[in-house]
Design a binder for this molecule. Sequence first.
Ligand code: PLP
Length: 225
Amino acid sequence: MESSTLNDVLHHLENVARAHARPCPRLLAVSKQQPAAAVEALARAGQRAFGENYVQEALAKQEALAGAGLALEWHLIGHLQSNKAREAARHFDWVQSVDRAKLVAALARYRPAELGPLNVLVQVNIDDEASKQGCAPQMLAGLVQAIEAEPMLRLRGLMAIPAPLEDMAQRRAAFARMHELFKQYRVGRDDFDTLSMGMSHDYPLAIEEGASMVRVGTALFGRRA
Ligand SMILES: *Cc1c(COP(=O)(O)O)cnc(C)c1O
């Protein structure tokens, strides 16, 4: 991992945002299937927020880097099984894949008080894919209410992984629908500041449509093993 790659991606985010009069999004470096050494190299180049899909894989990297003196922010972006909620609540700063009430209760219950509230995003199944995780848009209001009833959770916004459609107009439409939901729910919520969408192949489109955080793996680290 070359720090020049990080700078290239950061410049690209800035340029795309400026070109479309959008605020520059935060970069989440998706380090799944990458070794701890790759995380460390990117962290030394200035990257702070890292995303992982699997709890166990993330814990192994956190342990490997524990003595490195890096102040990292860990985001869980993969589907979370309820029986992993305890570990997730203890070892992540953010969980972006909250999609059901049972998970809300488990994360709140297991978040250690000394760590303060866990930042959470609700993952929305914006393309209504049968096979996909994420809460249906019609269920969002109930889930938001459940999260807001938990003092140990801090609702920061929404996350989506739109269907990988070839048709760019359809992809754009999914991002735009997410932005509409985000604006709707942001009203009256001071902490609701994050719309997480866009990956290596489609983040320019996501930024154009209002993403405030993009999750980039391959474009930063190269192909996964
Ligand atoms: C793997 C993954 C990413 C990053 O994907 P790239 O195509 O490598 O940028 C982003 N978000 C989620 C939820 C992922 O699983």
